[in-house]
Design a binder for this molecule. Structure first.
Ligand code: PLP
Length: 355
């Protein structure tokens, strides 16, 4: 720590992302994909437009907002865009949670807690139920602002939109932030609810279903007044938060709905395959609604399983806290070939461990 670090940040605890090693790995530790983005994205990257990079980008990101408005059937003034879901979450904390009290599940995306610590926001973790589902009743009853991923990570469980609506409607004075990072993998979205409720923000990312984690593009939907607040904060902090390259490729990705559909179908097929095969080998696999599975085995411990998979060049994500997920491993769903490699490795690992 230098002697210049502001006092309020002396206890910063940066988020620990999945490792990004170089080399030939089957990388299933960060819920990304090894598939390329849409060909339309690659075309946009190589277009003559890139000669214009000498100019600042459009700070209102109009072309991307128009594409999103069209795809999601909302108005452009109900959309905010940013440098990934993470930046949008950061803007939300900064803009709305100063001096406020928030809550999120105890087992969830760790960045919600990181941000609460960064911005000194009073937070409470609401425990998942014993079966790892979100305690919807507790969220409906709390008087705190809410940050809730749906589907949740790393469990992969989802709440129906009708339940989300009950939570949103229960206390209009609370802000409810629904993180739909994984919604595209076969789930219904609550985006249409933003027309009905002025206390709801729904966040999406292109990092998962649109194969663009390396670009890091996020967007959110909310009532126009909330969006105006976020835009004011952005204009006062980082007016050009989405660069022109991302504006071009993000727009191309949104417009290629066929490619999204194909990518999602491939993930779901590989997810179904891996789930069924692991269950045949006695794994307990939570029913996933996302692009990862959360698995545990009766006698092969999760850390041991992770270390063994690593010897096959397969990377996964393990969380030792809290205690009740200590025997679970999160495996991102890659291509069908990658999942076949996981299954083949797992069957060898089990044979060897049993011997
Ligand atoms: C991956 C993930 C994010 C991060 O999205 P980015 O757009 O890459 O910042 C946000 N929320 C959840 C629940 C995630 O799993």
């Amino acid at each position: 720590m230098s002697r210049f670090l502001s006092k309020r940040y002396h206890n910063l605890e940066p988020y620990a992302p999945g490792e990004q090693p170089k080399g030939r790995y089957i990388k299933l530790n960060a819920n990304e994909t090894s598939c390329p983005p849409s060909p339309a994205v690659l075309k946009a990257l190589h277009s003559a437009r890139m000669n214009g990079l000498g100019r600042y980008t459009d700070p209102s990101s109009r072309e991307l907002k128009r594409a999103l408005a069209n795809h999601y059937e909302v108005k452009t003034d109900e959309i905010f865009v940013g440098n990934g879901c993470d930046e949008i979450l950061g803007f939300i904390y900064l803009t709305f949670f100063e001096g406020a009290r928030v809550c999120f599940p105890d087992i969830t995306y760790n960045f919600y807690q990181t941000l609460a610590q960064t911005f000194s926001v009073d937070y409470k973790e609401i425990p998942l139920k014993a079966d790892f589902t979100v305690n919807a009743k507790a969220f409906a009853e709390t008087d705190r602002h809410i940050v809730l991923p749906n589907p949740n990570a790393p469990t992969g469980y989802v709440l129906p939109v009708s339940t989300i609506e009950k939570i949103v409607a229960a206390h209009p004075e609370r802000l409810v932030v629904i993180d739909e990072a994984y919604v595209d993998f076969g789930n219904e979205s609550c985006v249409p609810l933003v027309h009905k409720y002025d206390n709801l923000i729904v966040i999406h990312t292109m990092s998962k279903s649109r194969n663009l984690a390396g670009a890091h593009i996020g967007y959110c939907f909310a009532n126009a007044a909330l969006i105006r607040d976020l835009e004011s904060m952005k204009g006062s902090f980082n007016p050009f938060n989405l660069n022109d390259i991302n504006l071009a490729i993000g727009t191309a990705a949104v417009n290629d709905t066929e490619y999204l559909k194909k990518s999602v179908e491939a993930v779901i097929a590989a997810r179904d395959y891996a789930t069924a095969e692991l269950r045949k080998m006695d794994f307990y696999v939570l029913e996933s609604h996302a692009n990862f599975i959360f698995v545990s085995h009766p006698w092969l411990s999760a850390p041991e399983y992770q270390a063994e998979l690593r010897r096959y060049g397969i990377l996964t994500r393990y969380y030792k806290d809290p205690e009740r997920i200590r025997n679970f491993l999160r495996i991102t769903i890659g291509t069908m070939e990658e999942m076949q490699a996981v299954i083949a490795a797992t069957s060898e690992i089990l044979l060897r461990a049993a011997a």
